[in-house]
Write a protein of this length. Structure first.
Length: 613
């Protein structure tokens, strides 16, 4: 509570100071609030002590309220507007400062700074209400459903958590080869919850009302301003064009799924992980990342002992990121192992953003946390990763290096604080390195024998990812389209009715009665109206890989170019300009679609004949 009060007091003091200083100083210092908020957001997710998590959750809401009041502070806005309206003053600003000033003004505008006092207070009230609704939906979307043990066959009880005469079902069990188990998990886990349904409906109404209040046609239009896509219309054109170009492949894929049933998906998702894991110890994978970063960027990952009280769990490891000539770039805390009450999700948190400090005359080093949920080592073996775990490690490390290699002047645009449909590019690009044999061969060794992972197994892994890839992509299209419709103009029907229509239109499979998948769609909180970003970022990453790295994934010149053109800027440069700088051309929506489609060139006959043999 003392820390919470101190942070809020600091923010109020900052507000008073900024109202009396030059606009240029305002640009340099404002919005430091975002990082205490992110720190609290991290603590509420990761801290092992529930009292800390509860306090952090309350702090997030209170800081969020203070920040929204800052976003509608007229004096702060006037100070910034005076700067931007002065051509001579603007001409003296460097590009980073101009960009950040424009982003601040955009934040003021979308928060309703132009409204009269009554409407401005209403906007703040809606923001605060949304903070509560967002948290309620996010928590509810991960809660398990209960059912009496007597309602399902006895032999399936072992697969679920027991609670007296009830069992808890907390997931879809999609990887199980048992058809009945998957069906029961699907129907019960997705069974509608009336309170959560009401929360989602109210959340979407509040988002629309806020967007209209501050001058946007829909929440989607408000959310997409400043992204690569820019408008919901562009997003829907992208999704529809991708659907059209995938239609033939999707039909073939669906036919094979029907023909071979679960065997196809079992090979697609598991690829006999027990055969791969001995070659993918956590230590070997970290060595591989270290070697890759050293060859691409001249960067090393060096273990450092944390100080007393510096980490929240004894198994957290601290890495210093050191450049061969630039020295220390920042710190990565690796919270990799499963523990009780830790969310089973892989994510990246920015604890402190990089920025140039006028006070010290030095660069404030970024600090991030990578959170995974890996198994602990045993007495007889180190932590062994499945291929999927290894890819996730590389993916999250892509986010971390985006933070480490950025050198923005202002922390408002540091690292991953960029357009959402660009932010996933560095992480997805790392997945390509994770499945390239020239990279894997440098570190994948059997933990007991030292034998390298056979190239044929890597090729098999890569081929398996293409099997039914059209169906996987089409599923993502459905999710993205549903997200867009939910954040478009209100419709006089339920979110379930909308889901039913969009599923049949974009995925082709009929809706299962008495289910509400949308209540498990937690991405509606962090990625509201922006779920398409995964597809668009994958398209950009594919283009960067094929044009710049596929011939030589360890090419230092390309690594330096990638850092210079895409990683260094964070959000200080328009996302499409960064893509254009890397590719030396400006891609179109058609280029993005073609890049995604070109990823899906499986040899079905070879794969299925081999599978059946």
């Amino acid at each position: 509570r003392r820390i919470q009060t101190g942070i809020i007091g600091y923010l109020n003091q900052l507000k008073d100071e900024l109202g009396h200083v030059l606009p240029s100083i305002c640009v340099n210092n404002t919005r430091f609030a975002v990082f205490p908020h992110v720190q609290a957001d991290f603590i509420k997710v990761a801290h092992p002590d529930p009292a800390y998590r509860e306090a952090a959750e309350k702090t997030c809401i209170e800081i969020g309220t203070v920040v929204e009041n800052l976003n509608t502070d007229i004096e702060l806005c006037k100070s910034l507007k005076n700067l931007l309206d002065d051509p001579k003053a603007v001409a003296q600003l460097d590009s980073d400062t101009r960009r950040v000033a424009e982003l601040f003004m955009f934040d003021f505008e979308i928060s309703g700074i132009h409204l009269d006092d009554k409407l401005r207070k209403e906007a703040v009230s809606l923001h605060v209400k949304l903070l509560d609704l967002n948290n309620e939906f996010l928590v509810g979307s991960h809660m398990p459903n209960r059912i009496a043990k007597s309602a399902i066959p006895d032999h399936l009880h072992v697969h679920f958590a027991n609670e007296g005469s009830f069992i808890q079902i907390g997931g879809l069990h999609a990887d199980s080869p048992d058809d009945l188990l998957r069906e029961i998990a699907y129907r019960i886990y997705l069974y509608p919850n009336s309170d959560l349904m009401e929360c989602l409906e109210e959340l979407l109404k509040c988002r629309y009302k806020l967007a209209k209040l501050v001058g946007y046609e829909t929440y989607g239009h408000r959310a997409l301003k400043g992204t690569m896509a820019k408008t919901p219309e562009t997003v829907m054109s992208f999704l529809q064009l991708l659907t059209d170009k995938l239609s033939d492949r999707y039909d073939v894929c669906f036919f094979h799924l029907l023909r071979c049933g679960w065997r196809c998906s079992l090979r697609r998702y598991n690829i006999e992980p027990s055969l791969y894991s001995p070659y993918l110890s956590l230590g070997a994978c970290m060595d591989g990342l270290n070697n890759l970063f050293s060859q691409l960027y001249g960067v090393s990952l060096m273990s450092e002992p944390p100080g007393a009280g510096e980490v929240w769990s004894d198994d957290v490891r601290k890495l210093a990121v050191v450049h061969e000539t630039e020295g220390l770039l920042g710190y990565i805390y690796c919270d990799f192992f499963h523990r009780r009450d830790k969310p089973n999700q892989d994510c990246h948190f920015t604890i402190r953003g990089g920025r140039w400090s006028q006070e010290t005359g030095q660069y404030q080093l970024p600090v991030v946390v990578l959170m995974l949920s890996l198994p602990h080592p045993t007495k007889s073996a180190p932590t062994l990763l499945t291929p999927g775990m290894m890819e996730n490690l590389f993916h999250e490390m892509g986010h971390a290096m985006h933070s480490m290699l950025g050198r923005t002047r202002y922390q408002h645009v540091t690292g991953t604080r960029c357009a959402t449909d660009f932010a996933e590019v560095p992480s997805i690009l790392m997945e390509y390195f994770a499945t390239d044999y020239r990279v894997i061969s440098q570190f994948a060794r059997h933990y007991e024998t030292g034998q390298p992972l056979p190239q044929s197994m890597v090729a098999r892994l890569c081929e398996s990812k293409k099997v039914c890839g059209a169906a996987d992509t089409q599923l993502q299209i459905f999710y993205a389209a549903l997200d867009q419709i939910y954040h478009g103009k209100p419709q006089n029907r339920s979110t379930t009715d909308i889901l039913k229509e969009m599923q049949e239109k974009f995925y082709g499979l009929p809706y299962t009665p008495n289910t509400a998948w949308q209540l498990r769609f937690s991405h509606l909180i962090g990625y509201g109206a922006k779920y398409y970003s995964y597809l668009m970022s994958r398209a950009v990453a594919s283009m960067v890989w094929k044009q710049c790295f596929v011939q030589d994934p360890l090419n230092r010149d390309m690594g330096e170019r990638y850092r210079r053109e895409m990683l260094a800027h964070g959000g200080a440069k328009e996302p499409m300009l960064m893509v254009e700088g890397m590719l030396q051309r400006r891609p179109t929506i058609e280029d993005f679609v073609d890049a995604l489609v070109s990823e899906l060139n499986p040899n079905f006959e070879t794969f299925f004949l081999d599978s059946e043999s």
